[in-house]
Write a protein that binds this ligand. Structure first.
Ligand SMILES: Nc1ncnc2c1ncn2[C@@H]1O[C@H](COP(=O)(O)OP(=O)(O)OP(=O)(O)O)[C@@H](O)[C@H]1O
Length: 372
């Protein structure tokens, strides 16, 4: 999979432009605040996902403008394809000229993995960041997944409203039964999908971490759902029953606290190094290696599902890795189209071929890479 050309209009600080990219390595150099991450973000949006920096679509439109547009011609699944995305009050996307209803339809055709300093939060911060990582990764390979998440959020919102009203209107308890049933059903479906993804992720990430650490320490991943007891091997129907029992046990507490305490919105992914929490005890370098292992695993799984190489977006991470990890990363990227941002153009000395771009105040210019 590779992007041939990208056209941008009113996207953040980037000038209106059409750029042709190299099929392999694209190095984007520039000082701080010139628009490097903005360019990576524009490419990432072609997957149909939201901004990886957590911004709303409206924030992506250039200040003072109503709408922004991103268009790309790319080669995927053995054919030339096109994506067009209009950002504004409402996102409108099309694939090969046909309007799409969900981001999932884009990610089936355009797959990417993005790795930026913000992703350190997967290890350093709380469970919400790990859930976001899982949700974005699973959303790219399972079109229906985002719909289940939206369903879950709707049920939680309505159930929490109900929890507030129940103490004053006892007759609403019957309605709570209905919501509990929906919550258990949707929780089971999401848990099955997360469990299956984490099983794949675990195999890849543990293997990658062993290699990048030279076997010095072992990474381990474990799915921590909000329900007690082992969930391995349980069918969707069995999981639903476990959820229903847990939700009902927690009901009086939920009413007291006016919030739902059982469900996938309370899941976590435990990341340990030699049995110790990477979040609490990992060094900066070890935490960075954990994220690298997770991101590379995400790429391997995506590649397997799409039966094609995803596009790799490395935002400002190369210079943060030591020489051994850089070499590992670049080796793993062989054959893939990669976009690398950095402040120091000397990074290009490590690369063979490819295109070098300079970015200044949102304007991108291409330079041929000089042979050393
Ligand atoms: N909606 C917007 N409209 C116009 N400009 C914006 C918008 N959103 C962000 N910017 C500007 O984009 C600029 C570049 O941001 P970007 O994050 O891409 O920088 P960068 O080159 O990656 O820098 P760094 O090396 O510091 O990470 C910022 O100065 C910011 O003010």
């Amino acid at each position: 999979m590779r992007i041939e050309t990208l056209s941008l209009q009113h996207f953040r600080n980037l000038e209106t432009m059409e750029i042709a990219f190299d099929p392999k390595v694209n190095l984007i150099c520039g000082d701080n605040g010139q628009g490097k991450t903005n360019l990576i973000e524009a490419i990432w949006l072609l997957t149909g996902a939201r901004s990886f920096r957590g911004n709303r679509d409206g924030d992506l439109v250039r200040f003072g403008e109503e709408r922004a547009k991103i268009e790309a011609k790319f080669f995927s699944q053995m054919r030339d394809q096109e994506i067009s995305i209009q950002l504004g009050p409402k996102r409108q996307s099309s694939l090969n000229g046909v309007a799409v209803q969900s981001g999932g339809e884009l990610s089936e055709n355009f797959g990417a993995v993005v790795f930026s300093p913000v992703h350190l939060e997967i290890v350093k911060e709380g469970p919400q960041q790990r859930r976001r990582f899982l949700d974005t990764a699973i959303g790219q390979i399972k079109e229906r997944y985002q719909k289940y998440l939206q369903n879950l959020n709707r049920i939680l919102l309505q159930r929490n409203n109900l929890l507030r009203d129940v103490p004053f209107h006892g007759e609403l308890r019957g309605l709570l039964d209905v919501y509990d049933e929906h919550l258990a059903q949707t929780s089971a479906v999401i848990t099955v999908m997360r469990r299956s993804y984490i099983e794949k992720l675990k195999i890849q990430a543990e293997d990658i971490y062993r290699e990048i650490s030279g076997g010095r320490e072992a990474l381990s991943l474990r799915y921590i759902p909000s329900i007690d007891g082992p969930i391995e091997g349980l069918s969707g129907e069995e999981l639903k029953e476990v959820y229903l029992a847990a939700i009902q046990t927690a009901r009086e507490n939920d009413i007291a606290y006016k919030t739902t305490s059982v469900g996938p919105h309370r899941d976590d992914l435990e990341i340990t190094l030699d049995g110790l929490s990477a979040r609490s005890f990992g060094s900066q370098g070890q935490q960075r290696s954990c994220v690298l292992a997770l991101k590379l695993s995400e790429g391997r799984i995506l590649k397997e599902v799409l039966d094609d190489n995803p596009v790799i977006l490395l935002d400002d991470v190369l210079s943060e890795l030591d020489a051994k990890r850089q070499a590992y990363l670049l080796r793993e990227m062989t054959g893939m189209q990669v976009f690398i941002t950095c402040c120091d153009p000397h990074v290009r000395e490590q690369m063979e071929g490819g295109a070098l771009f300079f970015i200044e105040r949102g304007a991108l210019t291409r330079e041929q890479k000089e042979k050393e």
